[in-house]
Every structure is written in C-alpha cells, then in structure tokens.
Design a protein around this ligand. Structure first.
Ligand code: 3HC
Length: 295
C-alpha cells in the first residue's frame, strides 16, 4: 500500500478528510485544489485534526508527522498522473466534475480507477465524461470522513465488477465498512435521510414542534447523534438543498419537492455552521436558537 498513490481532487471538508483517512491507512496522497490557498486550508484542517488526536493521546507526534508527510498538496493535475485511484470531492456541480474527469482521463494511466464522492449526482452521468466508464465508480463518504464508518459504493451503468471489487477493497483498507447502492438519485443514505429531513420540515411548518424540540426528539427517542436540523446545519443547507433538488428532478415525484423554507434560508445566505447561521445561530460560538427570524 505504501507505494500506492491516490489523488484526492478538492481540498475542502470532505476532500481533506478523505486524504487524511487514506494517509493514515498508509497511502501516499496527492491533495489537489485549484488555488494554493484552498490547498493550504485543506492541509491545515488535516494538521488541526491530527493535532487534536495528539492532544488526546490517541497518536504521537511521530505518527502525526508520518501521516502529514504522506500527503502532498498541489494545484497541478500532473502529480495525479501515476495515481492508482482518483477520488473527486469537489462541490456539487456536474459540469465542474465532468471537466475535471475529462482532463484527468487524458493524463492518467488507463488502469487508474476514477471515483466520485458526489452526494447525489448520478454516477452514470459523470462516467459518460471519460473513456473509462468501466473503471468509474461512486465512493461516497459521510461527513466527517475521519469519523463516519460507512462508505457507499455506487457502480454506474458500465462499471465493471473488478472496479467494484477494487472500490470495496479500498474502503476496507481504510478500516471502514461499505454498502453497495444502485445509481439512483440520492443513492441509499441521502435518499432515506432526505425523506426524514422533509418530514422534519413539514412538522416545523405545521407547527407540530419547534426546531429545537424536533432535534431533541430524534436524538433522545431514536438515538440519532444529531437531530435533522442540527445535521442539516453541519452538512450545509446548500448541500442539503442540492440533494433534494436532485431527488425531485430524478424521480419526478412531488414528494421530494424541496422545502420552500429551506430554499429561503439558502437564498438569504444562511447555509448552516459554515456561515454562522442556518436553522440555528452559531455566531456566539455556541449553538443557540435563532431569534432574528420566525420559522
Ligand atoms: N473532523 C474530524 N474529526 C471530528 C470532527 C470533524 N469535523 N468532528 C468530530 N470529530 C471527532 C472528534 O475529534 C472525536 O474524536 P475522538 O473520539 O477520537 O476523540 C469524535 O469525532 C467525536 O467528536 P465529539 O466528541 O467532539 O462530538 P460528538 O460525539 O458529538 O460527535 C459527530 C460529533 C461525530 C459529528 C456526531 O455528532 C455525529 O456522528 N453526527 C452525525 C454526523 C452524520 O450524520 N454525518 C452524515 C451526514 S450526511 C453526509 O455526509 C452525506 C453527504 O453526501 C451530504
């Protein structure tokens, strides 16, 4: 594994987390983004996560240095040329993703497997942008990738059984579990989670309970680590809205219609924790109920 090189495209929250997990498992990792600042931010996120493990006594400084030394940040695709696996984890824009894949298709070895971490764009659609649709697959991590144990494996229409096996072995080498899901809008987890989230929005709109009480109920009654509103803020309201739009467009079923309230929040620029406000207010450094808007 030490000689295996993987390239993670996109150094945001997901990409940097995936790069960290892969480096921890012994891979040499190329972490790519389009601007040096984005790469630096991704690397410092990894540094911070590893330092927190050192502080907790879970790893020592030497281990941290070892993991960091296996990750090379870059703004050039050239470094990805020899990778055995590409994991794309950029934001959810099909055009951006297909451009990245077609560029890499030109320079990577024919046997290199291409994977997308898309949360809901169909894998078959992205696979159509490369000449290696048989070696193209969805490998979908959950946020935070360092912590969540599951990875969905989503074969596209033309993905070969060998590629599925390679993806499963890769996930296993990261000490994570995988499930196989069909290439349908939302795949498995986001589809089920979207249904739950929509019902939470309906309950809020109908005045059944407040944001805080809905979250409290699902945490204490069903054992969810976060309630649906808390989780939506954590993942990003824009990401959650995109998932609903994909389900709505994909299934052509009104049951997936995105909540107007959610759309309004996204339009207002309140995208959750990352902007300081979403279903909750984080501007004080703590999660507090919003007092500036009425849901
Ligand atoms: N990055 C790295 N590590 C993190 C982290 C982060 N952002 N957040 C928490 N952690 C680590 C902590 O360091 C800690 O590690 P330790 O056990 O080694 O000490 C561990 O996770 C637990 O963290 P905390 O004690 O600080 O907090 P919690 O116990 O509340 O756990 C949580 C935080 C893991 C985020 C937990 O609340 C949780 O599981 N929430 C649900 C997350 C979830 O559902 N994710 C899926 C979202 S859907 C998705 O990603 C799909 C996409 O397509 C939209």
């Amino acid at each position: 594994m030490e000689n295996q090189r993987i390239a993670v495209i996109g150094a945001g929250q997901m990409g940097s987390g995936i790069a960290q997990v892969a480096a921890e498992a012994g891979y040499r990792v190329i972490l790519h983004d389009i601007a040096p600042d984005f790469v630096r931010n991704g690397m410092s996120r990894i540094d911070k996560a590893l330092s927190s493990q050192v502080q907790k006594g879970k790893i020592d400084e030497e281990k941290k240095r070892g993991v960091l030394s296996r990750i090379q940040g870059t703004v050039s695709y050239d470094e990805a040329r020899d990778a055995s696996l590409i994991v794309e984890a950029v934001f959810e824009d099909a055009d951006v993703k297909t451009k990245i894949f077609s560029a890499l298709d030109e320079i990577c070895r024919p046997e290199t497997v291409f994977a997308t971490n898309t949360s809901s764009i169909q894998v078959t659609r992205l696979a159509a942008s490369v000449k290696r649709a048989d070696r193209f697959i969805g490998i979908h991590f959950f946020n935070p990738p360092q912590v969540m144990r599951l990875v969905e494996i989503i074969p596209g229409l033309k993905t070969s059984p060998e590629t599925v096996l390679q993806a499963r072995q890769f996930v296993q080498s990261l000490k994570k579990e995988s499930v196989l899901a069909k290439d349908v809008p939302g795949f498995l987890v986001n589809r089920i989670n979207a249904a739950l989230r929509l019902e939470a929005y309906n309950c809020l709109l109908e005045g059944v309970a407040s944001v805080e009480d809905i979250d409290k109920a699902l945490k204490l009654a069903l054992g969810h680590p976060m309630g649906p509103f808390e989780l939506a803020d954590f993942v990003g309201l824009d990401v959650g809205l995109n998932v609903l739009k994909t389900l709505h467009d994909g299934y052509k079923d009104p049951k997936w219609r995105p909540s107007l309230l959610l759309e309004k929040l996204v339009l207002s620029g309140d995208l959750g924790r990352k902007t300081g406000k979403g279903w909750y207010d984080y501007t004080s450094g703590q999660k507090t109920p919003r007092t500036d808007v009425q849901f």
